[in-house]
Design a binder for this molecule. Structure first.
Ligand SMILES: Cc1cc2nc3c(=O)[nH]c(=O)nc-3n(C[C@H](O)[C@H](O)[C@H](O)COP(=O)(O)OP(=O)(O)OC[C@H]3O[C@@H](n4cnc5c(N)ncnc54)[C@H](O)[C@@H]3O)c2cc1C
Length: 382
């Protein structure tokens, strides 16, 4: 293969961002995708929620994807305690083959720049590819295994409904509860309601699914008759997971470890790493510099995540409740977790979304909450 030709595996976000950028620079780009069309993978259709610093991301990737991102406001439930969350830059984005999806938008853009696609093509592993190929196969466990990348298995249970009965577009809900160490979320945009309950390391039992479905009915008015099951893998198992290269191949998207190890956000990192992979085709040093910049907080976030996993569910949920009840008191903690989303440098959106009255007497409220938390949880600390 001549040096002006590049193969990209996977027509997801990073694969197509990389392909478009390379085609604009005059490369001949072929995207190989196992699905029969863009937006059709075992993990779609779905809606993802993400914080997003639009100017920073659009500037870096050289594309304005604003039409794909719909502003959201929502509720976070910690057990039965509901927090209204109206941050300025949280968005919902559709992952599907439909017209309003980011997949379809990027596909149309890629065709315009001359990118070629080969559908229904499954690439088993890196050895089937020439050097300098970009591997962007997402959270597909087989490719991660072939690349010998350490992963955490994730088990998801989801629902998807077009034209749902309850129409409150631009809304998301998140639940943290004892039945999962991770969380449940739902989103309503583009006339779709999508929900996902997930856990890492092991499957959830029927009791957990039933309890969550009951809460969904009470809180969102949606009836879940049957959860659909999905399994994927995230490359956040080890501290050394982030890697831009695998031999002479370039990695892009979540398999490069450019993925939030705490809450699982991957969309922003997927967009950024598509561009980083395109840079890596001709300038490995510069790409590595960008990659390290975007991943600079991986280690810190990974360690916070391990501490979070080590405490009991009750302490975990009580702490989350305490932090959301007293965001100003916990400002250093929230800001200290800056960069929890790789490539998203600013966490002020969390504070802006939670602090309704900046001059409210937070300290008195915080003292009360802290006293309650300690009396409720003291026995567990001792
Ligand atoms: C169920 C689910 C919910 C999520 N929710 C959120 C969220 O709310 N917020 C957030 O920020 N992130 C979320 N993420 C993570 C985020 O979506 C991903 O990290 C991000 O989209 C990057 O993935 P991708 O586009 O590369 O992957 P994909 O969209 O999976 O794209 C990879 C492509 O590669 C193709 N492919 C895979 N293997 C092969 C192969 N061997 N040969 C050829 N083609 C192949 C696939 O068919 C697919 O089209 C979620 C992920 C999942 C799975």
């Amino acid at each position: 293969m001549s040096s002006s030709k590049v193969n990209v595996v996977g027509a997801g976000i990073p694969g197509m961002v990389a392909a478009i950028n390379l085609a604009k620079e005059g490369y001949e780009v072929l995207v190989m995708e196992r699905g029969s069309q863009v937006g059709k993978s075992p993990y779609t259709p779905r809606l993802d929620v993400t914080p997003l610093d639009k100017p920073m991301v659009w500037d870096y990737i050289g594309l304005d994807l604003s039409p794909c991102f719909k502003e959201l406001k929502g509720n976070i439930y910690i057990r039965s305690h509901c927090f209204e969350f109206t941050p300025p830059n949280i968005y919902g984005v559709e992952r599907s083959a439909r017209e309003g999806s980011i997949d379809n938008h990027l596909y149309q853009e890629a065709l315009k720049t001359g990118v070629k696609f080969e559908f229904s093509t499954y690439i088993k592993g890196p050895n089937d590819l020439p050097g300098n190929s970009i591997i962007a196969t997402g959270l597909n466990p087989q490719m991660l295994e072939a690349l010998e990348i350490p992963t955490i298995p994730v088990y998801g249970y989801w629902n998807y409904m077009e034209k749902p009965k309850v129409d409150r577009s631009g809304v998301f809900n998140a639940y943290l509860d004892e039945y999962t160490a991770e969380y449940y979320y739902s989103v309503l945009v583009n006339d779709i309601w999508y929900s996902l309950l997930f856990d890492a390391y092991s499957e959830l039992g029927q009791d957990a699914l039933d309890r969550c479905a009951q809460q969904v009915k009470e809180r969102e008015g949606q009836e879940i008759k049957e959860w659909r099951r999905v399994q994927f893998a995230v490359a956040c198992r080890d501290l050394n997971n982030p890697r831009l290269f695998a031999g002479n191949k370039i990695l892009a998207g979540p398999l490069s470890g450019l993925h939030d190890p705490f809450l699982g956000f991957g969309v922003v990192a997927a967009m950024l790493s598509g561009k980083t992979a395109a840079i890596a085709v001709k300038d490995k040093e510069r790409a590595l510099k960008d990659f390290k910049k975007f991943n600079r907080n991986f280690e810190r976030t990974w360690l916070i995540r391990k501490a979070y996993e080590a405490v009991t569910p009750n302490i975990r949920l009580s702490l989350a409740d305490l932090v959301l009840s007293n965001p100003e008191l916990f400002e250093p903690l929230i800001v200290g977790m800056g960069g929890i989303v790789p490539g998203h440098p600013d966490t002020s959106f969390i504070l802006q979304g939670l602090v309704k009255e900046p001059n409210a007497p937070y300290f008195d409220k915080a003292k009360e909450s802290l006293a309650k938390f300690l009396s409720d949880n003291m026995a567990r600390f001792l």
